[in-house]
Ligand binder design. Structure first.
Ligand code: GAP
Length: 439
């Protein structure tokens, strides 16, 4: 398996496309930008939402053993003291003595990436949490943190969810939302940013079943990326050596994607043991246990955690979907996104701006909108409009032409094969459903 990027320009091409077509913009651009923060534009917000929905569908909707929550981002220090983050959620920080650049020691191979010097200060532990103040009085009791992971919201709500949902192990709590880390060197577009979105699930199991569920979730998560179109050779599993494990972990496997700079983490699947529930039980005084009535025994469940980044996954899907191929003698760039992830599933394209075509095109649009995110585009030649839709990954284009006025049929064009089929307007939504359900 090659570790080499497919195309040395790939990252740049995808960043340019993302900006030019309204997926992802550098944040605060009119003020010169704000380092490593990004805003999601009209197509980006659709795609990011699709990534999160696809995750939720697979992790919650299609199962009866996982429920969701949406916990607060602002949180008291007590949570982070108990979880171990106040003490250990740090990266090793060094300053270059020559140019005063600040670096994460474990990422630079002993040499300053700016000036090449090897002369650094002693490494010190830099805590990655964003600290803030809740309320108008800046005393000790006002300290709050922006969560650096969504996971703790699932642990602190364990007893609430257990009693209100009537679930019993094995069962999971899922959450999608923003997390914040004061990364020393955010880098590589949205791969590592200070504000990002996570999709995490804590799966609570009996203590003697943790290994089996750990393996199960590694397989499930790998399958999710494959089903959504990332080829197997662009994914790999990397099991951490015991000495590299996080403070809470009994075992961690990274699911890695072949980014343009090589394989790197997309998601971590961890066996957290009973570390978190025990720590919060001890610190809060609230018992976070499960009473198994059949066995007549009480235990602290162990936790398997698949933890993914939504924004990082979106970047991987964009990189993997980007292709250049030849159609009718022209090179086109095309995003071969899975239809569930594409910002628009369908585009309606009237062949001309003539009012009679516009009327029937709007009728077609109205028939599709309740079922699909649908774009509508009347400007420029039909060939240019196909290219524009290919470039942003729209799987189906519907062309309304003058024959439509008499035969009540339209041309349905497939993004990947560029094949065109005549379909009756009344059967159009059903035909698109039929095609997508096979993918
Ligand atoms: N609760 C466990 C946890 O948070 P993690 O490996 O630190 O584990 C999980 O984070 C995932 O969140 C990562 O695999 C990555 O996809 C995403 N992630 C973490 N830090 C990130 C950052 N600074 N920018 C973008 N995504 C990040």
């Amino acid at each position: 398996m090659s570790d080499a990027p497919r195309d040395t320009q790939l990252l740049e091409k995808v960043i340019n496309l993302a900006k030019r077509r309204g997926f992802i913009y550098p944040s605060a651009e009119i003020y010169g930008g704000f380092r490593s923060t990004y805003d999601y534009g009209p197509l980006g917000v659709l795609m990011l939402r699709n990534v999160k929905n696809a995750w939720w569908r697979s992790m919650v909707q299609l199962r009866d053993d996982v429920v969701g929550i949406d916990a607060a981002i602002l949180s008291p220090p007590a949570i982070w003291a108990a979880s171990g983050h106040l003490e250990t959620f740090t990266d090793p920080l060094v300053d270059c003595k020559n140019c005063h650049g600040r670096w994460r020691e474990d990422k630079i191979d002993g040499q300053c990436p700016t000036c090449g010097s090897r002369d650094f200060t002693e490494s010190r532990a830099f805590n990655l949490m964003f600290k803030t103040q809740a309320g108008p009085v800046a005393d000790e009791g006002a300290t709050a943190y922006l969560r650096p992971e969504t996971a703790q919201g699932m642990f602190t709500n364990f007893a609430n969810v257990l009693t209100t949902s009537r679930k019993k192990p094995p069962f999971g709590i899922a959450q999608v939302g923003k997390s914040f880390r004061n990364e020393i060197t955010p880098q590589n577009f949205v791969f590592r940013t200070r504000e990002f979105e996570q999709m995490e699930m804590e799966y609570f199991v009996a203590p003697d079943e943790d290994e089996q569920w750990y393996r199960y979730w590694i397989d499930q998560r790998l399958d999710w990326y494959l089903t959504l179109g990332i080829p197997r050779e662009q994914l790999r599993l990397h099991e951490h050596a015991p000495e590299d494990l996080s403070h809470y972990s009994k075992g961690t496997t990274d699911l890695e994607f072949l980014f343009p700079w090589g394989f790197d983490e997309l998601e971590g699947i961890a066996n957290r043991g009973n570390y978190d529930l025990t720590a919060h039980s001890n610190a809060s005084g609230t018992k976070l246990e499960y009473f198994d009535q059949v066995a007549n025994e009480r235990y602290t469940p162990h936790v398997i955690e698949p933890a993914a980044g939504a924004t990082r996954a979106m970047m991987a899907f964009l990189l993997s979907a980007y292709h250049e191929d030849e159609v009718d003698g022209d090179v086109r760039s095309v995003l071969r996104l899975h239809w569930r992830l594409a910002p628009h599933q369908v585009a309606v394209l009237p062949l001309s701006k003539k009012p009679e075509l516009e009327t029937v095109s709007r009728e077609v649009l109205g028939l599709l909108q309740p079922h699909f995110m649908t774009d509508y585009d009347v400007t420029q030649s039909i060939g240019k409009r196909y290219r524009r839709q290919d470039e942003v990954g729209t799987p189906y284009c519907v062309t309304v032409d003058f024959d439509t006025l008499t035969d009540r049929a339209v041309t349905l064009r497939d993004r990947d094969t560029t094949e065109q089929t005549r379909v009756a307007i009344d059967e159009l939504a059903g035909e698109i459903w039929r095609r997508t359900s096979q993918l």
